[in-house]
Design a binder for this molecule. Structure first.
Ligand code: 6PG
Length: 465
C-alpha cells in the first residue's frame, strides 16, 4: 500500500517530524539527498519502521505516495527550497501539495505562492526544536484554506496540545502568513532569551551569584507567573556541570551568540511596517554586539568593565521580567496586527496566542492569559487589556528599579530598558515630537500640524534663516 504522506530532508528536524507522523498512524515515505542518511533513518526507526517507506530517488519517493500527494520539505531555508521545488516539478501533478516546513523568509513564501507553481503549495512554520518536532510542535501554516483542510488532520494530529486539549496547529492566513507568524515567534524568542540573559547577568556580575544559585532562582520562578519553557531550560542549563572541567557548564561557554536570522528578519520587517518592537530589536542588537568579541575585549582594555556590585531581591528581578515579557509580547502582537493591515491578511491574534501555548519555544503559562485578553478585543494593545494593564501596573515599579539600578551600576540590559522606554513613551499623550516637527519645518519647510487648528502649518523661522 502507498504512503499517505512524503517527507524530504532527514536532518534533525525532518527525521523527528517523520517519526512523529509515523507514530500518529500515518504511513510516510521519506527521501534524503544522501541515501545513506535515509537507510540509517529507517534502520533506527524501531517500532515505527514498518510505517516508514525509505526511498532512494526523488521519483521513487513520489511514486510511493498515494494521490493526490502531500510532500513535506524540511530542507535548509533559501535556495535549497527553490532547488527542491524545481526538482519535484517533473514528477508532480497539479493537485499534489508541497509543504515547506523550514524556517523560510515569508517574502520567499509569498514569492513561491505567487509564482504559479505547477502544484499546490503551503508554507508552514514549525516550532519546538527537535523535541517538539518529534513529540508535538507548534504549527503555523500559510496558504489556501482548501489545502490546509486537506492535510489539517495530519498536522493537528502531530502537533502539541494545549492544556485544554486543543491542537497547537492552525492556518494563519494566505501565502507567507504562516512563516510570518513563525518569524515573529522567533523575534519574541530572541527577546525572551535576552531578557533572561540580562537578569542572569545582574545575578552573576552584580550580585556574585554562582550558576547553581541562579539555577535555584530560575527554578522558583518557573513555579510562578513566569512559568515557561525558556525559564525551565534556563534553570536546567545553569544547573549543569561541564564534564571536562567539572565547572558550571555556562561558565565554560563563550559569550558569543549565533543566529540564523529570523530575529533579525523580525526587526527589519518591523521597520518596514513602522511597528515599534524595541525589545526584539534590542535582543538582535545584543546578539550582534556579542558577536564582536574582539571589539568588546578592546573596549574593556581601554575603558575597563563598568559593572559594579548591585543588590536586588530575586522577587524584584522576577517582577521586572514579568513586566518586560508583557511589553515584549504586546509589541510582537501589535506588529502582527500591523502586518495584517498592511498585507491584507486576516490574522487571528488570539488564535496565534493559542497556537503558541504549547509545543513552541516561547510556550508559557502567560500565553493562556494573552489568548484570553486578545480574544476580548484583538484590536487593543495587549497592555491595555484590563488583566495585563493591572499586571503591568503592579510589576512596573520593579522594572523601573531594576533598569535604574542596573544603569547606575553599569550593567547593560538593553531589552528590559527598551521595553520600559517604549512603555513610558506609550503612556505619554504629549510627547516631544513637536520638537522634531519644528526642526523638520525649519530646515525643510516640511510643515506641521497645530494643536489649535489655526490654518498655518509653518513656523516663523524666516527671519532666523
Ligand atoms: C523554534 C526555533 C527554531 C530556530 C532556533 C535557532 O521555534 O523551534 O525558533 O526554529 O531555528 O531557535 O534560531 P537562531 O539560530 O536564530 O537562534
Amino acid at each position: 500500500s502507498q504512503a499517505e504522506i512524503g517527507l524530504i530532508g532527514l536532518g534533525t528536524m525532518g527525521a523527528a517530524l517523520a517519526l512523529n507522523i509515523a507514530e500518529k498512524g500515518f504511513p510516510i515515505a521519506v527521501w534524503n539527498r544522501t541515501t545513506e542518511v535515509t537507510r540509517r533513518f529507517h534502520a533506527t526507526a524501531g517500532d515505527l519502521a514498518d510505517r516508514v517507506v525509505p526511498t532512494e530517488t526523488l521519483e521513487g519517493l513520489v511514486k510511493a505516495i498515494a494521490k493526490p500527494r502531500t510532500i513535506i520539505l524540511m530542507v535548509p531555508a533559501g535556495q535549497a527550497v527553490d532547488d527542491q521545488l524545481d526538482a519535484l516539478t517533473p514528477y508532480l501533478d497539479s493537485d499534489d501539495l508541497v509543504i515547506d516546513a523550514g524556517n523560510a523568509d515569508f517574502h520567499d513564501t509569498n514569492r513561491r505562492s505567487a509564482a504559479g507553481l505547477p502544484f499546490r503549495f503551503l508554507g508552514m512554520g514549525v516550532s519546538g526544536g527537535e523535541e517538539g518536532a518529534r513529540h508535538g510542535p507548534s504549527i503555523m501554516a500559510g496558504g489556501s484554506a482548501d489545502d490546509w483542510d486537506r492535510i489539517g488532520n495530519v498536522l493537528t494530529a502531530i502537533s502539541a496540545k494545549a492544556e485544554d486539549g486543543s491542537p497547537c496547529a492552525a492556518r494563519m492566513g494566505d501565502a507567507g502568513a504562516g512563516h510570518f507568524v513563525k518569524m515573529v515567534h522567533n523575534g519574541i524568542e530572541y527577546a525572551d532569551m535576552q531578557m533572561i540573559a540580562e537578569v542572569y547577568g545582574l545575578m552573576r556580575d552584580g550580585m556574585g551569584k554562582s550558576a547553581g544559585d541562579i539555577s535555584t532562582v530560575f527554578d522558583s520562578w518557573n513555579a510562578g507567573p513566569l512559568q515557561s519553557y525558556l525559564i525551565e531550560i534556563s534553570a536546567k542549563v545553569t544547573a549543569a556541570n561541564d564534564p571536562h572541567s567539572d565547572k558550571p557548564m555556562v561558565d565554560m561557554i563563550l559569550d558569543r551568540a549565533g543566529q540564523k536570522g529570523t530575529g533579525r528578519w523580525t526587526a527589519i520587517e518591523a521597520q518596514h511596517l513602522a511597528a515599534p518592537i524595541p525589545v526584539i530589536e534590542a535582543a538582535v542588537m545584543a546578539r550582534n554586539v556579542s558577536a564582536r568579541l574582539d571589539e568588546r575585549q578592546a573596549g574593556q582594555a581601554r575603558f575597563g568593565a563598568s559593572a559594579q556590585a548591585i543588590d536586588l531581591p530575586a522577587e524584584t528581578l522576577e517582577q521586572a521580567l514579568i513586566a518586560g515579557k508583557i511589553l515584549c509580547y504586546a509589541q510582537g502582537f501589535s506588529m502582527i496586527d500591523a502586518a495584517a493591515k498592511s498585507f491584507g491578511w486576516s490574522l487571528d491574534l488570539p488564535g496565534i496566542a493559542r497556537v503558541w501555548r504549547a509545543g513552541c519555544i516561547i510556550r508559557s503559562a502567560m500565553l493562556n492569559d494573552m489568548a484570553d485578553a486578545l480574544a476580548e478585543d484583538p484590536a487593543r494593545n495587549l497592555v491595555m487589556a484590563p488583566y495585563f494593564a493591572d499586571l503591568i501596573e503592579s510589576a512596573l515599579p520593579a522594572l523601573r528599579q531594576v533598569v535604574a539600578s542596573a544603569i547606575a551600576a553599569g550593567h547593560p540590559l538593553p531589552a528590559l530598558a527598551s521595553g520600559l522606554m517604549w512603555f513610558d513613551m506609550m503612556r505619554t499623550a504629549r510627547g516631544t515630537a513637536n520638537m522634531i516637527q519644528a526642526q523638520r519645518d525649519f530646515f525643510g519647510a516640511h510643515g506641521f500640524e497645530r494643536l489649535d487648528g489655526v490654518d498655518d502649518k509653518h513656523g516663523p523661522w524666516g527671519a532666523s534663516h
